[in-house]
Design a binder for this molecule. Structure first.
Ligand code: GDP
Ligand code: MG
Length: 669
């Protein structure tokens, strides 16, 4: 048995999904967090599956989220729908409910956030509402785990008895009523053949913009004319255009459902408080400086205070372990090569990356607090105007902010954008937002080369990435992607105290990802690099790495980087491994320089401040890692374009690194 979880954005679908299945999907106080559908089994019901679908306001086909949800319901034919409704905003949420009812699938309404309604003195007459809507209604609070068992029981019962919604006619007698019935009459056979619910098909015909459904109905010219005629007739009689007439019909019905059943809560404490906070945080003048201040504070705390402290602690632990192992292996008389694999390979490689775990966890802690409190949504709102100037809308800020964590989910998050133009532009820009895997590179380099200005260099790199992104956006806006971004409408969620559980879960996820990556991809890359740098082509262990297999390969491409100031084969090799995972740049340098004692020492020998700067700019801008490139290919639906993006970035990186190297030459040696 399969249930589809459908509702507006930010109505608590994922929270409910997690409660139902016991899984840890990402919940965010932000519209558009879930872009892919996720499925899981309901606890205690082994054969009942629920699917968490992206949030939508209406069953249309404008954005990818809407298409995903619509197609799932129409094509997969779930056994039941759990429609989750935000009870604090019931009228608007019911708009979707009415459209779902037209689909003729057993359905239960889960009235979520009842805790908030109750605590502000609101009430809802559940029984009366259920009677008027013709479907079971269950009050719940997903966050507080109230009413969930009852919901599952009712949903299971409704679906196994295949109880369809009792009401499906929402219109009172009048022009729109006649129009719908006329259309139903014409298309009845077609809808049955195409296996599309009749009422739903009729609504789609009146709306007229879902070409996919309309073509599936396979109507002939006569029938289309007939339908067109009844719609024109209806518009004339009604005085409203087709879409407005339909919306008007739905809202009148919703009004009649809510009349007498819903006692509005007084303006909620949460909302009042949010409005007060917003006076400051989204203030016309203060908003952007505050945003930058917040970001600076976060970076400062992450890189200079908390994260740094923890990292140093972990690093000394790893160093001590490495030293102990070294002594033990030596005294045991272990073969030199085997010892080199452990010490120069694994400890120097995986160890150097692993020590960044605390920094990454701390950064994500702050980002998830920003998101869960609801501040992130404000940032999108505040930045909208600025982004519009470069041809993007406020919505694009979400993928970009996610891009500071990892480009893969960021590129996927562009699905929330409703126009293809905005989506493509945003996909091209997200890789310029420096991802967290590059942190080890920045941190090691700035500590080695600019010890007094480490934080400044770090922040400078982030800002530089953003500036280059802006520049590219401007260029695109005046060339390939001419046009205007779609208007940005987003509801601002109330500020909430971040849920410790959500934050903890997110951190655990991140830490797990990072550790897994360190012990799989990076571990593997480390082994390969160690092998290639320890043996020559005849498989003899080399005296010095410069005669190894790797050196000959690295030396081959090194000339490309000579104009940028770093033509050493070890550096070019590290950049290649960086394509597998960015952290590998450091682990590779760690292995390749283990002869000269420590990455930091080696870096100060290999680089000058000037070439170090140009290297940092290059790593900031060059191709995202292979996982991100394949995500881009998927989202652009073309391997060719995806690889094009990667090449484009390498070229951009080269050009900017060159410019930086030349300019830096004026000030440094
Ligand atoms: P989705 O976008 O529909 O998947 O919504 P989420 O599950 O991500 O939740 C959106 C926000 O609503 C989060 O901040 C949740 O903590 C919050 N939330 C979810 N359910 C409840 C509830 O029952 N009561 C309250 N007060 N907040 C809730
Ligand atoms: Mg969600």
């Amino acid at each position: 048995m399969i249930f589809a979880l459908v509702g507006n954005q930010n109505s608590g679908k994922t929270t409910l999904f997690n409660q139902l299945t016991g899984s840890n999907q990402h919940v965010g106080n932000f519209p558009g967090v879930t872009v892919e559908s996720k499925s899981g089994f309901i606890r205690g019901y082994k054969d009942v599956e629920v699917v968490d679908l992206p949030g939508i306001y209406s069953i249309r086909a404008y954005s990818t989220e809407e298409t995903v949800t619509r197609d799932f319901i129409l094509n997969e034919k779930p056994d039941g729908i759990i429609n989750i409704v935000d009870a604090t905003n019931i009228e608007r949420n019911l708009y979707l409910t009415l459209q779902l009812i037209e689909l003729r699938i057993p359905m239960v309404l889960a009235l979520n956030m009842m805790d908030e309604v109750r605590s502000n003195g609101g009430t809802i007459d559940i029984e009366m509402m259920s009677e008027r809507l013709g479907i079971p209604v269950v009050p719940i609070s997903a966050a507080k785990n109230e009413g969930i068992d009852e919901l599952v029981r009712v949903a299971y019962e409704t679906a196994s008895k295949r109880e369809l919604p009792k009401i499906y006619d929402f219109c009172s007698p009048g022009p729109i009523h006649r129009c719908i019935h006329a259309i139903c009459h014409v298309i009845e056979d077609h809808a049955q053949c195409a296996d599309i619910p009749l009422r739903f098909a009729a609504s789609k015909l009146i709306e007229g913009d879902d070409t996919d459904i309309i073509s599936r109905l396979d109507l002939d010219k006569n029938e289309l004319d007939l339908i067109g005629h009844s719609i024109v007739e209806m518009e004339k009689e009604h005085g409203l255009d087709r879409n407005a007439a339909l919306a008007d019909m739905r809202y009148s019905f919703i009004e009649s459902v809510c009349f007498g059943t819903v006692v509005k809560a007084r303006e909620s404490k949460e909302h009042l408080r949010s409005a007060k906070i917003d006076l400051v945080l989204t203030n016309k003048y203060a908003a952007i400086p505050i945003f930058f201040g917040v970001m600076l504070l976060i970076f400062y705390l992450t890189f200079n205070v908390i994260g740094k402290f923890l990292q140093d602690l972990l690093q000394s632990g790893i160093d001590a372990l490495s030293a102990v192992t070294d002594t033990a292996l030596t005294s045991f008389g272990t073969n030199e090569i085997a010892k080199s694999l452990v010490i120069d390979g694994l400890f120097a490689g995986v160890g150097s990356v692993l020590s960044f775990l605390p920094i990454i966890v701390v950064l994500f802690f702050f980002l998830s607090v920003l998101e869960d409190t609801g501040y992130m949504a404000r940032i999108a709102f505040v930045m909208d105007k600025a982004l519009r100037k470069i041809g993007l809308s406020g919505r694009s800020i979400v993928p970009m902010l996610i891009g500071f964590g990892c480009t893969v989910p960021a590129v996927m998050a562009t699905r929330t954008l409703s126009s293809e133009r905005d989506r493509k532009m945003t996909i091209l820009l997200t890789p310029f937002m420096s991802c967290s895997a590059k942190i080890p590179i920045y941190a090691v380099f700035s500590a080695a080369l600019f010890p007094d200005y480490a934080a400044l260099v770090m922040i400078g790199l982030y800002v530089f990435g953003i500036l280059v992104g802006v520049l590219i956006a401007l260029l695109m806006n005046h060339s390939m992607y001419r046009g205007n971004p779609v208007p940005f409408v987003m509801e601002l969620p109330n500020y909430r105290f971040p849920s410790p559980k959500t934050v903890a879960m997110l951190l655990w996820d991140k830490a797990k990802d990072f550790i897994t990556k360190a012990f799989t991809i990076i571990f593997f890359a480390t082994l390969v690099i160690w092998f290639l740098s320890t043996f020559d082509i005849r498989m003899n262990p080399v005296e010095s790495q410069s005669s190894s297999i790797l050196a000959s390969v690295g030396a081959f491409i090194a000339p490309i980087f000579t104009p940028l100031g770093f033509g050493d084969w070890r550096i070019s090799t590290s950049l290649i491994t960086g394509f597998i995972a960015k952290e590998s740049v450091i682990s590779t340098l760690g292995i390749l320089t283990s002869e000269s004692g420590g990455v930091a020492d080696a870096i100060s020998q290999l680089f000058t401040a000037r070439s170090g700067l140009s290297f940092l700019v290059f790593t900031l801008l060059y191709t995202p890692c292979v996982a991100a490139v394949s995500a881009i290919c998927r989202e652009l639906h073309s391997k060719f374009k995806g690889i094009g993006v990667a090449v484009f970035q390498c070229v951009t990186a080269w050009i900017f690194a060159f410019i930086v190297y030349q300019i830096a030459g004026l000030f440094m040696v």
